[in-house]
Design a protein around this ligand. Structure first.
Ligand code: 26Y
Length: 855
């Protein structure tokens, strides 16, 4: 039996049955004579892994033999979640494994639950990257993801007395059956040191070791790759130090190296300025580009062909050091001259922006960059000065054509210092009109809060170094052209594109909502929609069909039962399944306005309390579910969590309220939890201040699962409304174009809704515990002497409440509700990541499908 289970004997080859194969893995790979669900999961995963690796090898060999152009998705985050179900289903093995596991006394579903989440991402941007590589493989597009194999992923969130507590995410303890370690694939990455006559001698070096994570496409033999890098020391141990008895010092180099891939920074859109983070970025970018160049050079000798073979997509500013790193490798390692290297670089790279919030656009102090990456800094300096030189004429003619603005004469104008570098540095740019006009284009800029400090604006570096720049939803792509990249857009309008995000319909409909998937397949007469999501349109004709509506509703109810059981299990709260399930799951952030939702719950609670028995009978019962993590240093976000849990404790235990309202904060929101929540949702909230949410992607997942949306005209909500019909969404709130003006007017805002005032008073009354605790939450949105309600909660409150009333009214008409629900799913095809990736491939990468032949 032992021999039979060597990797060469494949189940399915007739030599060993699948249950025997799995049993053999428990015995020989895991060394256990008895079984348990955990062991069975690991054994099943190891068994699937062999099938996956066979297909993976075939794909990669085939692509290598064809030598097509590849797309490389560079991302500091890949929020993969679990792999077992996805792999088994994408490979079409669900029948075989389902039966084999049943024979062993397990179900695939139960075992799937034993897998740790690969949470190598914060939120939207990281999960988008995961959906993208699924679609690349499904579309047979030669492409790899490149990132970091963090030892600790996104922190685990626990609640202690209603407050968030962060715990480390130890996800690799039992090994990871979905990765293949490649000890033979390593690169050196350097830091610090000196540059002498353009030659950089790093003072510190680490090794990047590759781990491949095969990515099976759906309905194809193609298996793509996600290559993640682990940081290792060049030398494991300093034996001399050890022998001197200096044990800590002996392993210090090892620890320092391993620190680089140790932890995912758990901040989204806040707080990035840590040197270690920059180290992580260079680490994975350098290893990835070296790797691509090494493979390229096995087949080609002329580097000017690189743009015909490789497209790099930079996922936000995090990998944008790639601009300098590719230049460095081409010049310093490959010996190309500057112009040639620049020509290649700017044809290979493209950049996606995911946020307009200034605090999330990385700007590294020149001091930090020069110390850590002296050669890169030199290159960035040169890029910046060539770039600004190229604009001088244009700027001069602009200055000549415009009357000079009157300026107060300076007391003592400094003499213009030409040539002397030190003098130039000391010079105030405002004093030279050309320099001043050029400064808005500067990759190297002055810190607006500390004029003495210079910063490298990574987004600008990316824009200058890329052939294409895109936003992630139509409205967002317009906003970036008008705001953060306005000056760049005016120079090269053709560079700017839109790629509205998408999500994979495999994970986010077919696999997480199997009953709905079966009903859809039955109605459409085929399961082609899983690969061609546009076919969901075919559901439109069933929207009014009462029999179909009843089946649709039944499935939603089953999914609600599943979620209710989960809620009970995790929080101990009993929630009724006849209530309307209202969900807001996403990172906790002021711009996403979970507190607006919380305020409306307080209002609802007050209404219930004030109502007579007869009036109460007319209320539509609601279960409001929140999930999401707050960045650990984000004070207000943490208070927002406490606000929600505090409201929950009061509301859920008030006998006057009973089943009419339940408020649940589900801790440790992650991909797997989303897979249970989304199919059960009836209404979901996407209520960011207009102009702040670049796209949102959970809105698309909810839409696919027939969940109605309450939302602002922000991000992809706008396009979802176009697709479903705006009248079918609960839309409220101010327009993005009015936000700047309203923020200004906010200073004199008097238009407080009486319901809002009541909510604020209640919060400060101590009804939800310590009144002092919520004082600053209230001050932040309600007291213009202390804050300015930057996210305009008070402005949007009244229309939000109206939209909430519309929800209640519509829910009483279950036929109409269900009709809309069906329309949502039917119109969700556009929001498949397959559509989105096909656009990237055609409009930016110029990468063509290379389908791998089925064996
Ligand atoms: C620089 C550091 C602090 C940082 C780390 C992570 C900055 C930003 C992020 C993550 C950003 C992110 O997840 N953005 C989201 O990207 C999604 C995919 O495009 C969008 O749908 C979503 O609107 C946007 O907030």
């Amino acid at each position: 039996f032992a021999k039979q289970n060597g990797a060469k004997l494949q189940p399915g080859s007739g030599q060993v049955s699948l249950p025997e194969d799995i049993r053999g893995k428990i015995l020989y790979d895991l060394g256990s004579k008895s079984s348990s669900p955990e062991l069975a999961y690991r054994a099943a995963a190891l068994s699937v892994r062999e099938r996956l690796i066979d297909a993976f090898n075939k794909s990669q060999e085939y692509w290598s033999s064809k030598d097509p152009k590849f797309a490389y998705y560079l991302s500091a985050e890949f929020l993969m979640g679990r792999s077992l179900t996805n792999t088994v289903y994408n490979l079409g093995l669900q029948g075989e494994y389902g039966a084999a596991l049943q024979e062993l006394g397990y179900s695939l579903e139960d075992l799937a639950d034993k897998e740790q989440n690969a949470a190598l991402g914060n939120g939207g941007l990281g999960r988008l990257a995961a959906c993208f590589i699924d679609s690349m493989a499904t579309l047979d597009l030669p492409g790899w993801g490149y990132g970091i194999r963090y030892k600790y992923g996104m922190f685990k969130q626990a609640l202690k007395d209603g407050h968030q507590k962060e715990l480390p995410d130890i996800w690799l303890t039992n090994g990871n059956p979905w990765e293949i370690a490649r000890p033979e694939i390593t690169y050196k990455v350097g830091f610090y040191g000196k540059v002498d006559n353009f030659k950089w001698t790093p003072a510190e070096e680490v090794i990047a070791k590759a781990y491949d994570n095969p990515i099976p496409g759906y309905g194809t033999a193609t298996v793509g790759n996600l290559r993640l890098w682990e940081a290792l020391p060049v030398a494991e141990l300093d034996l001399d130090k050890f022998n001197e008895g200096k044990f800590a010092e002996a392993v210090e180099g090892k620890r320092k190296a391993e620190d680089i891939s140790a932890v995912l920074y758990p901040n989204d859109a806040t707080e990035y300025g840590k040197e270690l983070r920059l180290k992580q970025q260079v680490f994975f970018v350098s290893a990835s580009i070296q790797d691509v160049l090494a493979r390229f050079k096995t087949k080609h000798s002329d580097l000017s062909e690189l743009p015909a073979k490789a497209a790099f997509q930079m996922n936000d500013t995090h990998p944008t050091i790639a601009v300098a790193e590719l230049m460095r490798l081409l010049i310093d390692q490959e010996g190309l001259d500057w112009d040639k290297a620049w020509g290649i670089t700017t044809k290979c790279l493209a950049f996606t922006n995911h946020t307009v919030m200034p605090e999330a656009l990385e700007k590294w102090p020149v001091t930090v960059m020069s110390k850590l990456l002296p050669r890169h800094m030199e290159i960035i300096d040169k890029i910046d000065s060539i770039w600004k030189d190229s604009l001088k004429e244009k700027v001069l003619s602009q200055i000549k054509s415009k009357p000079a603005p009157k300026k107060a004469p300076k007391a003592a104008a400094k003499p213009a210092a030409k040539g002397a570098k030190a003098a130039k540095e000391a010079e105030e740019p405002e004093e030279d009109p050309v320099e001043e006009a050029l400064s808005k284009y500067g990759i190297i800029m002055r810190n607006p809060y500390n004029k003495a400090e210079k910063l490298v604006n990574m987004a600008y570096l990316a824009v200058v170094g890329s052939k294409a720049v895109n936003g992630v939803a139509a409205i967002h792509s317009e906003i970036i052209k008008e705001t953060i990249f306005k000056d760049f857009y005016e120079l090269s309008p053709d560079k700017f594109q839109n790629k509205t995000n998408g999500v994979t319909p495999r994970r986010w409909l077919a696999y997480c909502n199997p009953q709905l998937a079966s009903l859809i397949t039955e109605a459409l007469g085929s399961n082609e929609w899983i690969k061609h999501a546009d076919k969901l349109q075919g559901l439109k004709k069933f929207a009014d069909d009462k029999g179909f509506q009843a089946k649709w509703r039944d499935i939603k109810l089953n999914n609600k039962h599943r979620l209710a059981a989960k809620i009970k299990d995790v929080t101990g709260i009993d929630v009724p399944t006849h209530a309307l399930y209202d969900i807001q799951i996403k990172r906790i952030h002021e711009y996403k306005r979970q507190h607006l939702n919380a305020f409306s719950i307080i209002h609802r609670y007050l209404q219930i309390k004030a109502a007579s028995k007869e009036e109460r009978a007319k209320f539509v019962p609601r279960v409001v579910v929140f999930g999401g993590k707050a960045a650990s240093a984000y004070y207000m976000a943490k208070k927002m969590i406490r606000l929600i849990t505090a409201i929950g404790s009061v509301v859920n235990n008030d006998p006057d309220v009973g089943d009419l309202l339940k408020v649940v904060f589900l801790p440790d929101y992650n991909v797997s939890l989303a897979e249970v929540i989304i199919p059960a949702a009836e209404v979901s909230q996407h209520i960011s201040t207009a102009g702040t949410e670049a796209s949102g992607t959970s809105n698309m997942k909810f839409q696919m699962n027939g969940c109605l949306i309450i939302g602002t005209m922000d991000g992809a909500n706008v396009e979802i409304a176009d697709a479903v019909g705006k009248e079918n969404l609960f839309v409220f709130g101010v327009d993005a174009k009015d936000v700047t003006r309203l923020r200004e007017e906010r200073k004199n805002f008097k238009d407080y809704d009486p319901r809002w005032t009541k909510v604020m008073d209640t919060l400060l009354s101590g009804k939800f515990g310590d009144k002092a605790y919520f004082q600053d939450v209230v001050d932040n949105v309600n007291d213009m002497t202390k804050s300015n309600d930057w996210f305009l909660l008070a402005n949007d409150f009244a229309t939000y409440m109206t939209a909430q009333d519309e929800i209640d009214a519509l829910y009483k008409d279950q036929d109409e509700w269900t009709r809309r629900s069906i329309l949502y799913t039917a119109s969700s095809g556009f929001f498949s990541s397959d559509r989105c990736i096909a656009q990237y491939a055609n409009e930016i990468w110029d990468v063509k499908p290379v389908p791998v032949p089925a064996s």
